[in-house]
Design a protein. Structure first.
Ligand SMILES: [Zn+2]
Length: 192
């Protein structure tokens, strides 16, 4: 049933995994949460399980997503954060009423209220984005080097030199392109 929808690209950072649900923003965009049910699926695999979502909640989720994307892109470029995007992120964060609780193994879980589970989940994502944008966490916002992607991601590598939002997709594609270019250069010395 869900097989016809694009897969999720899940990173370790909630806020940028969320912005990654729209990829290839500068090429042929791939919408990875095309339906409310796919938003529910994404929230479930991200530790924010909700029962269901409506079309208008999906719309609001995308509004938050694009605000985080804009703010993270500005931060990665060391530009001033766009005021409208900051407002949207703050509003979602303020509205969310999720509670952090410890599970028996000492891991963190989010408890969402039944009446406003989607809003609570979006609030958790907004708060996660705030933590990153505020420089509270160890890492650096950067933009994917793929020209058609340019996704904002959170680089936690020791050298802070990560170039791709996702090694499995953007990184791999670039490696393959370079490999093919090298092969061509090796077998064909005409100027290209
Ligand atoms: Zn990328």
């Amino acid at each position: 049933m869900t097989a016809r929808f694009p897969d999720f690209r899940l990173g370790k950072v909630l806020a940028t995994s969320f912005t990654g649900t729209l990829s290839e923003r500068h090429g042929d965009p791939v919408e990875r949460i095309p339906t409310p049910a796919r938003l529910v699926d994404w929230l479930a695999v991200s530790g924010l399980a909700v029962e269901s979502a409506t079309a208008s909640q999906l719309e609001r989720a995308r509004e938050l997503r694009e605000a985080i994307h804009e703010a993270a892109t500005a931060a990665a470029r060391q530009e001033e954060l766009p005021g409208a995007a900051v407002q949207v992120i703050n509003d979602f964060s303020v509205r969310g009423r999720a509670s952090a609780v410890l599970d028996p193994a000492g891991g963190r879980e989010w408890r969402l209220s039944a009446a406003s589970a989607v809003e609570d989940a979006l609030g958790v994502i907004a708060a996660d984005a705030i933590g990153i944008l505020a420089g509270e966490r160890d890492g650096k916002l950067a933009l994917c080097a793929s020209p058609t992607c340019q996704a904002a991601f959170f680089d936690t590598s020791q050298s802070r030199s990560r170039r791709w939002c996702d090694m499995g997709t953007c990184g791999n594609r670039e490696k393959k392109a370079r490999f093919l270019a090298n092969q061509r250069a090796g077998s064909d010395d005409r100027p290209r």
